[in-house]
Design a protein around this ligand. Sequence first.
Ligand code: PLP
Length: 465
Amino acid sequence: MKRATSPPELLISLTPDADVPLRLQVERGLRQAIRSGRLPAGALLPSTRVLATDLGISRGVVLSAYDQLLAEGYLVAERGSATRVAERCAECAADSVPEVRTTATYQYDFRPGVPDMSLFPRNAWLNAMRRTLSVEPAGIFDYPDVRGIEAARASVAAYLNRARAAETRSDRIVLCNGFAQGIRLVSHVLRERGIKAIAVEDPIDADQDTYLNAEGLQQIRVPVDEDGLRVDLLSRTDARAVMVTPAHQYPTGAVLSPSRRTALLEWAVQRRAIIIEDDYDAEYRYDREPIGSLQGRAPDYVAYIGTASKMLSPALRLGWLALPAQLVDEVARVKFTADRGSPALDQLALADFLDRGELDKHLRKTRQIYRSRRDELVTALREHAPELRVRGVAAGLHLLVEFPHVVDEQRIVEAAAKHSIRVVASRSFRTERKDQPKALVLGYGRIDESKIEEGIHRLSRIISV
Ligand SMILES: Cc1ncc(COP(=O)(O)O)c(C=O)c1O
């Protein structure tokens, strides 16, 4: 029989009949809780008497476990006061959870695909959240509809129809946790339907590659050129699904041309295939009005995925799917199994934000800022690194620069980091093309305009070494 502590903050479990003595089990349980951060520095431990009663063991066992951890420096106890987790313990950090992505700050941060965090419309979002909390009835605190709250789905559908020339309605929308979850939900359903392979753009971002692999979909890589996906080559594959970024390809920055859009839709209809449209960067087009979504031209063949990550903030983890009718129930079922639905209050805040025109207002402001940064970046590149070829249309939050000859991009990325300049090498996306030029992806979402020229000047010196 297992015994466990009742206070949830301690949660040590013992196995009395195990070969390991009880004192050691208590010691190990506490050590582990401290190392993992479950018991943080300064946390108060229960008295030896309380813990012994809780665990149904003798107080002497707990006393000697505490003594051992005091001796090791995990715990501290002052005369007459309670025992606490030590503030500083060299070993404690050993097992802490590693950072997945670097949080290092750079003086010249050209990280691609991320918006400027300081532009987040805090007041407007706060007002949307406040209104939501004041007006919604108590029912809102129940488990949400797994597809998303109806009112929020209706607002998202209205926004997509208006701003992205989509053709959808609330019962075709599923709200999810960013594109990252959206792509997994749709891929899961395709896999369940017996689709084993999906055509994808080459090159493709490494994260997208990871999501598709995680759902067991084999990828058929189809090259991208200046006009986007080579639909002629897609037709030669036997794929019955494809994932595309028609508005702004990541990382090449190409936009799918009008004739290829038509050809892609014809391919889907003929093949009875599904197009997954990653409407990446769609709201940021600087040289003309944004092009409408593919979804609006073939709602029964396109599973559309949108996200708040670039327009507002990736921290929101808000995304939306506009699905063909035939996929809605299956996607909703997979979403139920994944997490029982996305947070309701955030959905309603988003709906309020959209309905009041706050997103339009925010985009009007940020479009100008990013456009100006992009112009500055292109000018600086022309001046300080004219040998680099700038690729991609005036859109989104990144551009690609190709080297005219073979270089060790990784060396450049590392040398730049030493000079506090962040850039990403084309190595960080997946490709099967042998002729793919060496390139850097430069983002301008996060760098202040005043720093762009100096950053590129410094980078050019590193490149020319
Ligand atoms: C190609 C592409 N699509 C979509 C996204 C948005 O992902 P999410 O909504 O999960 O933040 C990203 C993120 O960087 C991306 O690279």
